[in-house]
Write a protein that binds this ligand. Sequence first.
Ligand code: GLN
Length: 475
Amino acid sequence: MIYTSLKEIQNLLLSGELSTEQLVISYLERIETTKHLNAFIEVYDDEALNKARELDHKMKHSPDTLGKLFGCVISIKDMIVYKNHKVSAGSKILDGFISQFSGTALEAVIREDAIIIGRTNCDEFGMGSANTNSYFGPVANGADHKRVSGGSSGGAAVSVQTDSCLIAFGTDTGGSVRQPASLCGVIGFKPTYGLVSRHGLVAYASSFDQLGLMGRNVEDIDVVMTVISELDAYDATMFQTGLYDDQVIDDFNLTTIKVAYLEEAINNESLDKQIKDAFYGYLSHLTDQGVSVDKIQFPLLEYVVPVYYILTTAEASSNLSRYDGVRYGYRPEKVTTLEDLYVNTRTNGFGQEVKKRIMLGSFVLSEAYFDTYFTKAQQIRQMIKEQIHKIFEKFDFIILPTTPKVAWQVAEKPTNPMEIYLSDIYTVLSNLAGIPAVSVPLGNNIDGMPFGIQILSNVKDDKKLLHFIKHLKLA
Ligand code: GLN
């Protein structure tokens, strides 16, 4: 049995037609039958079953005390720490590391009786777009096993795609929730920067990182957002007001909504023809429902990828300096000097992509190049933010494709790394500007591969964004 929404599950549980234990068993069965896709690094089977039995007991004896998320089974990306559980960020360098605390958002859903089913595979430290940079091996796409899942939260996307959980926790620094969601045909949502605590996320690039959610329908994501968007003293970059629950949406009338799409985005030569056609189809669907749609110019689009990679590699080179063999996880044997310890730990512990980015980041932060690259990129980021906010003075939403192409065949892996970086063109914009963005499934190409469309809104308009999608009845 495939469960499609939390509401449906909760009704079945309350009516006694289904027990939480049966629910968890059915998810565990699907994890088992789709094991070859390599979405999970670890499955918490016993724990999840025990928690399910506890909840069944509660359901019988004190149903009033049930939390908001009873019946909600969640997978967590291997970038989110969970007390007394292993976390490795898809890397060998954290081998054997067990967390002493849980991330704030994770704690919040557990408090509301969600069940955590397992830890999902991902690109090492969230760096990648295909989930082929994981120490635990690649994740295959459930729609075609010969194709990549997308990344970096590939395991998370496939866990939802295969109905191995209802909601997946991912992290999104430059599209890692929305891109694999798009390539796997599920919804991926990245909230406003500062709306959900980053406490307990393994850091990649702190001024970009956000916890994001994947699911089958927008209502489930809405409910989980009401739980995880809460004040947290452990994250100094969080907003103090305007959190998800406080966001007010006025009466929703589609005929008052103004949407913009970016000319440069749609004219980008890497955009696949089928995705482009479907994009235009979606725009006419919007106008049919009374939404006003305008084409606008955004010349800064050509800078988003270079600026993103300069700033994120800079932040990563600093964040990842903590992995020195002393404090966390992996430590090589037989080292005699402290320098050897540092060098051997990092040489053997990090994969190639991570090493490349640490070097790039150290380069752009070096004294000789700081102003040429880092300062310049910060200035352009500021310009991007200002222009985006100007757009939102006139428009409610910006609409973009999520990815230029569908998931590629593993055998056809682009040989030029720039090609992979450039494929992030549509997703990094929202991280640079700190605004929310959601990818919803739009269709499948002739090979049956899914692709999504992306809608972005202004800072703290997360609820309005999700409600817009609800009203469109497209997801
Ligand atoms: N592809 C992007 C990168 O490699 C996505 C990263 C992310 O969002 N974690 O940096």
